[in-house]
Design a protein around this ligand. Structure first.
Ligand code: SF4
Length: 406
């Protein structure tokens, strides 16, 4: 079974981290003492659990540069765990909007409430894993960084480092259990190194920095790596080809049609998605369900708000109430949005009524200023589609159309 070299020394990585570690808003500035003055002088400073947890949840599937402004805004709006727990879920979702993977925001809120009820963060990974939204990686990250336990948080970056250090030939994702065992082996190595054990918080962060700046997915800088003498991939000239990956199946495509109604003030007719599931609790344009084949125009228009279908008896409209017919919608364009498990192609139709709008719409629909809506990435793209000039406007769903890239 692949294993780590005996010479692999945690102290060597820590010495490198002291010189080259990144400065990030959720870390303590170099040399800062812990806010908790009760800690003994022999306890190395560690960031607060709240900050570690918040940053780790945000960093799941999102890059550091995207997370930084969100993290800073969250800390100014919700400076403590209690402040986050007391905030309405809608406010949390609104401020999360744009970062995607909204179940993280719902779990963040549920977790804040659970933690305030139980009086704060537990230190051990097993207790942390019982909380909403905290999986094995996040539990180990909080235990190591905030509480200094000698455990290794194994995410994709750390998997890559481990696969290279031990020259693991088995491709991902099948190699994951083996890489988890190598993570445990590294944790044991850390626990048995007296000086490094004392700095388990720094060690976890040093691993992240090694993966982000030296042992990168492409073209790793092995020449500058503190562990190059103990790396089996480097010795075998395999660094760039590891970790191996199984060929992915092509991502399936789903299709939908969305109907955008804007009033004279620029407010948009929106509905709220169910709290659970994909984009749960976010606002969206009314439209069709998403399915595996493109929509026929006539079928799609059955899902338009207040549409009068040709050949169906018309309800007597209230005086002055506008009722868009099929021909009054302008096909604005199509957006593409990539989710983890499928790609969404959404055709956007637009209607800007010239007359006064009705005061009531079908249940669940309401006009909102876009700035006050809970905007998902999909909705942002739908709102950004501009209406083509009449001469350029195609009238059928089947014509060639411009695809807006994500
Ligand atoms: S020597 Fe190269 S492949 Fe090995 S851990 Fe360092 S950067 Fe990664």
């Amino acid at each position: 079974m692949p294993a780590l070299e005996r010479t692999l020394d945690p102290d060597v990585l820590l010495a490198w981290y002291d010189r080259h570690g990144r400065t990030l808003p959720w870390r303590l500035p170099r040399g800062e003492k812990p806010a908790d003055g009760a800690l003994s002088s022999s306890t190395p400073p560690r960031p607060e659990p709240y900050r570690v947890w918040l940053s780790e949840i945000m960093l799941q599937q999102t890059t550091v540069s995207t997370v930084i402004p969100y993290y800073e805004r969250f800390l100014s709006l919700f400076p403590t765990l209690e402040a986050l727990a007391q905030a309405p879920l809608e406010t949390v979702l609104h401020n999360w909007a744009g970062m995607g993977y909204y179940s993280r925001a719902r779990n963040l809120h549920a977790c804040a409430r659970a933690l305030t009820e139980q009086g704060g963060f537990p230190a051990d990974p097993d207790s942390l894993r019982k909380l909403p939204g905290i999986g094995p990686y996040t539990a180990h990250a909080i235990s190591a960084i905030a509480f200094g336990l000698p455990v290794i948080p194994v995410d994709g970056n750390v998997e890559r480092i481990l696969a290279r250090l031990a020259a693991v030939a088995q491709p991902l994702p099948g190699a994951r259990p083996l890489l988890a065992r190598l993570g445990e082996q590294l944790g044991e190595r850390l626990a048995s190194a007296p000086r490094a054990r004392h700095r388990a918080s720094d060690f976890a962060q040093a691993l992240f920095d090694l993966g982000a700046t030296i042992c990168t997915p492409r073209a790793p800088s092995c020449l500058h790596c503190p562990w190059r003498e103990s790396c089996r991939a480097q010795a075998g000239g395999l660094a760039e080809s590891l970790p191996a990956r199984q060929k992915k199946k092509p991502r399936p495509v789903r299709y939908g049609v969305a109907f955008r109604v804007r009033d004279a003030q620029g407010e948009v007719l929106l509905r709220r998605r169910p709290a659970q599931g994909l984009l749960g609790g976010m606002d969206e344009l009314p439209g069709t369900p998403w399915h595996e084949t493109p929509w026929e125009e006539a079928a799609a228009f059955h899902h338009a708000p207040l549409i009068q279908m040709p050949g169906t008896p018309e309800d007597p409209p209230a005086a002055g109430q506008p009722r868009p017919r099929q021909g009054q919608w302008v096909r604005a364009g199509e957006i593409k949005h990539v989710f983890t498990h499928f790609t969404l192609m959404l055709t956007v139709y637009d209607w800007q009524p010239q007359d006064a709008l009705p005061s009531s719409w079908p249940e669940g629909l309401q006009f909102h200023p876009p700035a006050r809506a809970t905007l998902s990435g999909v909705l942002k793209k739908c709102l950004a589609v501009s209406v083509p000039t009449p001469a350029a406007s195609p009238s059928s769903l089947t014509r060639p159309r411009k695809i807006l890239q994500p």
